[in-house]
Design a protein around this ligand. Sequence first.
Ligand code: AMP
Length: 193
Amino acid sequence: MMHIVLFGPPGAGKGTQAGLLKERLRFAYIATGDLFRQHMKEQTELGRLAQTYIDRGDLVPDEVTIEMLKNEVNKFSGAPGIIFDGFPRTTVQAEALEKMLGENGEKINLVLALEVPEDVLIQRILNRGKTSGRSDDTDRKTIIKRLKKYKEVTEPLKDYYRKKEVLHVIDGLQDIEAVHRDILQALEKTVGR
Ligand code: AMP
């Protein structure tokens, strides 16, 4: 199985690129943000818990997020691969994922890190907020907090994956098709290795 992480700050285009990629590869797709929103919609216990963090622009605690992710990964044992979107976001999560995959002799094969300047991210998220129905996308303060969290606890994971020689940085400021092309190129290199 091949495992790909779509990595980057909120608004970088992870979801958009995941959509294009999964159509092409027929991989399973796991987006922790989507899973939380589904739980919130269904008002499950997990959904109510997650909402308190998400509305504040905070990350949902690691134990809860990792537990949810593990359940999801287990559903896809027959897939050719998995695309992870929005996970991992902390070192604890990255280590948990590594351990989990390692138990089956698997690992993260490729981390695609989309890079976009902060002012563009804010604008993109505010635009998305006009139609997404996401309350965390409409309030500038919450958006800025999410970006700060990304810088503090998530972005350092780039070094974690660089050391493992799976990190591939992509210019996320390009248009959607150009980003997709870069992603396919990175993928070809990884498969050819
Ligand atoms: P996203 O749709 O990826 O932007 O995620 C929306 C929100 O869900 C984030 O701002 C976090 O509050 C929460 N969330 C999503 N994924 C994670 C994760 N891996 N760890 C902690 N919180 C997460």
